[in-house]
Design a protein around this ligand. Structure first.
Ligand code: B12
Length: 213
C-alpha cells in the first residue's frame, strides 16, 4: 500500500509533518491502524536502528525519527484506543533507570488503556524506588510494566524487579517486562510474571494475568 510505504519513508527521514499526512492518507486508503503501526512505523524504527548501528546516521537523526513516529502515533491513537478506561484495573508503567527510550513504552500504555486499564505513566529513567513508592501510594494498582531498550539497562530492569519482588505489596501485583533486548528467559530468571514481544500481546496477557489474582 502506497500510504504505508510513505509512512515508512517519512519516519526513516524524520519528517514529522509528512508523517502526519501520510498516516491520514494510509487510513483513508483503508489500511488498518495496526498495519500502519507495524509495517509503517515500527519497521521504520528498525531501519533507523540499523542505519545508526552502521554509522550512517547519528543520535540527532534517530531523535528526529522518534519525533516523527510520535506524531504518527498521535494521529493513530484515536483509532487504536477503544476500551472503557479503568474497567480492567490500574496499571503503572515506566522505562527503567538510565534508559530514555519511550516509544515502545508509550505504545504499551496505549494498548493497556485500550484494553480497559487506567494507566499511570511514570515516564523514562524511573528508579526502582519510584516504582515502589507509586505502588505504595496506589494500593489499587494490580499491574506493573517495566520497559528497557538497552542491553546496558537490563541490569536496572533486573534490579527493579528484584526490589519489587521483596516488597510487601508483591502479592497484590503482577509484573510484566519488555523491550527489544528482553527475553522470556530473562523474565523468568529475574522473577517477573510475564514477558511479551509486543504491545498488543502485552495488553492481552495483562488482562489474563490480572484476572488470575
Ligand atoms: C529512537 C531510538 C532512540 C531515541 C529514543 C527516543 C524516544 N523518545 O524513545 C534516542 C535518540 C533518544 C536514542 C538514544 C540512544 N540510543 Co537508541 N534507539 C532508538 C531506535 C532507533 C528505535 C527505538 C524504538 O522506539 N523502537 C520502536 C518501538 C515501538 O519498539 P520497542 O521500544 O522495542 O517496543 C516494542 C516492544 O519491545 C514492546 N515493549 C516495549 N516496552 C515494553 C514493556 C513491556 C512491559 C512489554 C510487555 C513490552 C514492551 O512493545 C513495543 C511495541 O510493540 C532503536 C533501534 C530499534 N530498532 O529498536 C535504537 C537503539 C535501542 N538505541 C541504541 C543506542 C545505542 C542508543 C544510545 C546509547 C545512543 C548514544 N550513543 O547515545 C542512546 C541511549 C540513551 C538512553 N540513555 O536511553 C541501540 C541499543 C543497542 C543495545 N543493544 O543496547 C539501538 C538498538 C540502536 C542500534 N541498533 O544500535 N535512541
Amino acid at each position: 500500500m502506497a500510504g504505508i510505504q510513505e509512512v515508512y519513508e517519512m519516519v526513516v527521514k524524520g519528517k514529522t509533518k509528512a508523517v502526519e499526512l501520510a498516516v491520514q492518507e494510509a487510513l483513508a486508503e483503508g489500511c488498518t491502524p495496526v498495519e500502519i503501526l507495524n509495517a509503517g512505523m515500527i519497521k521504520a524504527m528498525d531501519e533507523v536502528g540499523a542505519q545508526f548501528k552502521m554509522g550512517e546516521i547519528f543520535v540527532p537523526e534517530m531523535l528526529m525519527s522518534a519525533r516523527a513516529m510520535k506524531k504518527g502515533v498521535e494521529v493513530l491513537k484515536p483509532h487504536l484506543v477503544t476500551g472503557a478506561v479503568g474497567s480492567a484495573g490500574k496499571a503503572v508503567i515506566g522505562t527503567v533507570a538510565g534508559d530514555l527510550h519511550d516509544i515502545g513504552k508509550n505504545l504499551v500504555a496505549m494498548m493497556l488503556e485500550s484494553a480497559g486499564f487506567e494507566v499511570l505513566d511514570l515516564g523514562v529513567d524511573v528508579s526502582r524506588e519510584k516504582f515502589a513508592k507509586t505502588i505504595e501510594k496506589n494500593p489499587d494498582i494490580s499491574l506493573v510494566c517495566c520497559s528497557a531498550l538497552l542491553t546496558t539497562t537490563l541490569q536496572a530492569l533486573r534490579d527493579t524487579v528484584t526490589y519489587l519482588n521483596k516488597a510487601a505489596f508483591r502479592k497484590n501485583i503482577k509484573i510484566m517486562v519488555g523491550g527489544a533486548p528482553v527475553t522470556q528467559a530473562l523474565a523468568d530468571e529475574i522473577g517477573a510474571d510475564a514477558y511479551t514481544e509486543d504491545a498488543a500481546e502485552c495488553a492481552q496477557r495483562a488482562r489474563e494475568l490480572v484476572r488470575e489474582n
